[in-house]
Design a protein around this ligand. Structure first.
Ligand code: GLU
Length: 514
């Protein structure tokens, strides 16, 4: 059975990149009938941000990505906070020290800095002069006994024969070892492990079969493989997920817009749409360079979904496949999120239950936008949603998309004024009055509004466009929106009539206007 893990550090809110990693872990685990663990990598106390674990958990819950084991969900693999697993890291450190694959270093950070600078000035890519490697066992023991602080380093002179690292998505990594620091640190002087040691120990101890993580960890892969071979352990398989980019090719960052999942939650995006968007951004482009380790002919025949294919979480699980992920940097285009959100909404309105759940959310945002509006009942808002369907990109937009359903139209906006600038007041009044007259004599809910409009427009001798603009103006004060019969259907005959009469009475059109 496959076992995966999502291993965020609690250094702040969950970003889109983190959610994408969690999502791919979830998809792959579910696809293969396996499980995934949430592991909190909290070994760097300087970067710890209180509240981040709760934030990460609630973002995952909102997204519907339920981990199998982790904080609050115990199982055989705990504890799930690395800070509670220190004994384990110490015992692995001991093994590495005993086998000579690691050694203690007592150099102060000042000394290390000046050594690094000196080496860099000579053009060398060596980052440490291995001074402490020559200490005798007795000397080391004496200094430890005396309480002197030390760190533990990997001895990269004593590595077993290296294999060329390979990654499921990035393929074979040539010269990957070149960027590693000299004798990387495994255990810090506060007795906490570095990320590298903790990560390989936990992945092994927890029985992880596949590591899916961000591309920023790809340079660490050779070191992790070295550690596995020093310990005589077989490594899991690795798949690194490409960095996410804005449509202009720049890296996503807080300065350039929303990157935190919380921003998307607050903004009212549907979790299924967000997952659909994230999943497909990196999906479907095949490894044209043939760089993947086990490229097989059948792979090229995989049918990749287009980046705007509407897919639910279960459809994503069904069609997910690691080799079909691209190694190219993934562009996240906000327009595609809008498209997907709109269509996920429409899909969920095919059932009464779906539309009612959304009506409740819209009702809450109408109450905030228009606190004195009496039109916030679920039944009323269901009608509003039906009338607006196809125009709603995000549920949060409903109050601003069609305020006239909740409050009286605002006729003093530039938009409202522009609508009637091209007609005379008598054309306006005649149009609006004609419809008002018909509705007041025939005021029945079964009235054929579209028939009435066409009839009266014909009789008026005015251009249809002018006639309809006048009526739309009177009812909404806005240029676009649902059809007039749909608007009347939501408002009801009495509110419609009241608006038409009020509009005429107000005399909106300046006779001097052209
Ligand atoms: N703790 C790392 C992070 O938050 C994840 C590294 C990994 O998945 O191995 O980016």
């Amino acid at each position: 059975m496959v076992l995966l893990r999502f291993a965020p550090s609690p250094t702040g809110a969950l970003h889109l990149g983190g959610l994408r990693t969690a999502l791919y872990n979830h998809l792959y685990a579910r696809k293969l009938g396996g499980k995934w663990i949430l592991r909190i990598e909290d070994t760097d106390s300087a970067r710890y941000v209180p509240g981040s674990v709760d934030g990460i958990r609630s973002a995952l819950e909102w997204a519907g990505l339920g981990y199998d084991h982790g904080p609050g969900k115990d199982g055989a693999h705990g504890p799930y906070f690395q800070s509670e697993r220190l004994d384990l890291y110490h015992s692995y450190t001991r093994k590495l020290l005993d086998s000579g694959h690691a050694y203690r270093c007592f150099c102060s950070s000042d000394k290390l800095n000046s050594t690094r600078e000196k080496l860099a000035r000579t053009g060398s890519n060596v980052t440490y002069d291995k001074a402490c490697l020559s200490l005798t066992e007795e000397e080391v023991a004496r200094r430890v006994r005396a309480g002197e602080k030390s760190i533990v380093r990997l001895n990269d002179d004593r590595l077993p024969k290296r294999q060329t690292p390979s990654d499921i998505i990035f393929g074979i990594l040539k010269d990957a070892h070149a960027s590693l620091p000299t004798d990387p640190v495994l255990l810090k002087s506060d007795l906490f492990p570095t990320y590298h040691l903790a990560s390989i120990v936990d992945d092994h101890e927890m029985g992880i079969t596949h590591v899916l993580r961000g591309e920023e960890w790809l340079p660490s892969l050779p070191l992790h493989l070295d550690l596995y071979s020093c310990l005589n352990l077989s490594p899991p398989q690795f798949a690194h997920l490409p960095i996410l980019l804005n449509p202009d090719g720049t890296k996503m960052s807080k300065r350039k817009g929303d990157v935190q999942v919380l921003d998307f939650m607050r903004r009212g995006w549907e979790p299924e749409a967000l997952l659909n968007w994230l999943a497909l951004a990196g999906w479907g482009v095949h490894h044209e360079n043939g760089g993947t380790p086990d490229a097989s002919p059948s792979r090229t025949s995989l049918q990749a979904p287009d980046s705007t294919t509407l897919m639910s979480l279960s459809e994503l699980i069904d069609q997910f496949d690691l080799p079909s992920l691209t190694h190219r940097r993934n562009i996240l285009d906000p327009l595609k999120l809008e498209y997907l959100n709109k269509h996920h909404l429409m899909r969920s309105w095919q059932t009464n239950e779906g539309i009612e759940i959304h009506a409740k959310r819209v009702s809450d945002s109408v109450k905030i936008a228009f606190p004195s509006s009496p039109y916030t009942s679920i039944e009323y808002i269901v009608e509003v949603i039906r009338a607006l369907q196809g125009r709603i990109v995000n549920l949060h937009d409903v109050p601003s998309l069609a305020p006239f359903f909740f409050i009286e139209p605002n006729y003093s906006t530039d938009e409202a004024k522009a609508m009637i600038r091209s007609m005379t007041s008598s054309d306006y009044n005649n149009s609006v009055q004609a419809v008002a007259r018909r509705l007041s004599v025939q005021s029945s809910e079964t009235i054929d509004i579209s028939g009435v409009l066409h009839d009266e427009a014909d009789k008026s001798g005015l251009k249809q466009r002018i006639f309809m603009t006048a009526v739309r103006h009177a009812l909404t004060g806005m240029k676009s929106g649902p059809s007039i019969p749909e608007i009347v259907g939501v408002l009801g005959i009495q509110r419609t009539l009241a608006r038409l009469k009020y509009a005429v009475h107000m005399g909106h059109v300046d006779t001097q206007s052209i």
